[in-house]
Design a protein around this ligand. Structure first.
Ligand code: PLP
Length: 424
């Protein structure tokens, strides 16, 4: 059989790009097969180089909440390009972007734009450390906060173990101040605070775990982290790179009614352009250069084309609150149906969801943290993935990623997806 174009291009890719991909999550290693080379996307669909069309549930890993190639976003980008691609100087649009975010999100008095989620988190941690004068941070196992050295810690099973780097090339010294706790287990964080009452600068958490599959916070979890941080004088950082402007316009703080001190953004905030941001309480953000001693910079930060894309998407979302209402309602129905189908079929599965984020874990264990997520049968997921892909449904090529519903997915399309699931 002759090779598909995707296969041919992937062969070329593997010769010149590590693993043939520019981000490991795009590889098909855990589910088998060759990554599809995508050449265009529109609404809820993506098309590959062979002309195959897929109904897409990855949405560029979150940014495409309005669907791909939204006409208003595209027009704003094209228009911005006509005025030049970058100035390395201040612009009006950055101010409008900051005003929009600060005007909408609780506890965000000031915001700094950066170029990725990784950069946003790395910078927020630095700001928290600069503000508190402390070094240690607490993160939760299974939460992903980008690939900066200090945060690449999974830390095995021991809660009290100081950070073991998760990646080659990360010096032990970079992770020695990273403490790992168990998601949805407040006592594990509390014990760390008791052990280091005056050394912990920040607690960073994905308010909805969305990088170990989807793991929503149990009632009281985020609230208790808030109390712990207040009690011990630590900064609570919500990593909202996925949840920001997805759960609703006010993000996880609004959705769960819990206040954070700093928040980080990425993905949706750039509408598909490489953008991140971190922001929060004025007294913390005023520690950032050039007003404060915490240095952080970026040649292309606040890039005019990227800002045009992000600002347009956020403005649409702000002006049309019904988008969230409809998306979240549609999603609740959809994931309930997925749950029902798995039950009917006697599949050993745990379907977790929160707003438009969802995930079917192939395990009978309720998934509440990293340990339980890991009980999933990944070969079963691989078979499920291949079944879906062969029917034109593009879901994440890994058990431990979310499914992203967007405003562009119609009821009819979702019903079709459920039929295909039923046939698995
Ligand atoms: C994707 C992600 C990041 C990293 O963002 P990049 O833009 O890939 O650097 C950080 N935190 C969370 C929660 C993410 O999902």
């Amino acid at each position: 059989m002759s090779k598909t174009k995707s296969e041919q291009i992937f062969e070329r890719a593997c010769r010149v790009i590590p693993g043939g991909v520019n981000s490991p999550v795009r590889a098909f290693g855990s589910i088998g097969g060759t990554p599809r080379m995508i050449c265009r996307a529109d609404g809820a669909y993506m098309t590959d180089e062979d002309g195959n069309e897929y109904l897409d549930f990855v949405g560029s890993w979150g940014p495409m909440i309005l669907g791909h190639n939204h006409p208003e976003v595209r027009e704003a980008v094209v228009k911005a390009c006509e005025n030049g691609l970058s100035y390395g100087a201040a612009t009006l649009r950055e101010v409008e972007m900051a005003e929009l975010i600060c005007g909408a999100v609780p506890n965000v008095d000031m915001v700094r734009m950066v170029n990725s989620g990784t950069e946003a988190v790395m910078s927020a941690i630095r700001a928290a450390r600069g503000y508190t004068g402390r070094d240690k941070i607490i993160k939760f196992m299974g939460c992903y906060h980008g690939h900066s050295d200090a945060l690449l810690v999974q830390a095995g099973s021991g809660v009290m173990t100081a950070g073991i780097p998760d990646s080659a090339g990360v010096p032990q010294g970079c992770t020695k101040d990273t403490l790992s706790a168990v998601y949805n287990d407040v006592s594990s964080a509390e014990r760390l605070f008791e052990a280091f009452p005056e050394e912990i600068a920040a607690v960073i958490v994905e308010p909805v775990g969305a990088n170990m599959g989807v793991v929503p916070p149990q009632p009281g979890f985020l609230e208790s982290l808030r109390s712990l941080c207040t009690k011990y004088g630590a900064v609570l950082i919500f990593d909202e790179v996925i949840t920001g402007f997805r759960l609703g316009f006010t993000g996880a703080q609004g959705y769960f009614h819990v206040d954070a001190d700093l928040v980080t953004y990425g993905k949706i905030i750039g509408a598909g352009m490489p953008v991140g941001a971190y922001g929060g309480k004025r007294e913390i953000m005023e520690r950032v250069a050039p007003v404060g001693p915490v240095y952080q910079a970026g040649t292309l930060s606040g890039n005019p084309v990227a800002m045009a894309a992000g600002l347009t998407q956020l403005t649409i979302l702000r002006d049309h609150p019904e988008i969230y209402e409809e998306l979240n309602k549609k999603s609740e129905w959809f994931y309930a149906e997925v749950r029902r189908i798995m039950e009917e079929k006697g599949e050993e599965a745990c379907v977790n969801s929160c707003a438009s984020l969802g995930c079917a874990f192939f395990t009978k264990t309720p998934v509440v943290n990293y340990e339980t997520a890991k009980t999933s049968d990944t070969s079963r997921y691989a078979a499920y993935f291949r079944h879906m892909l062969s029917h034109g449904i593009y879901i994440a090529p890994s058990q431990f990623e979310a499914m992203f519903l967007s405003a562009a997915h119609t009821q009819e399309e979702l019903e079709r997806v459920l039929e295909i699931m039923r046939a698995f």
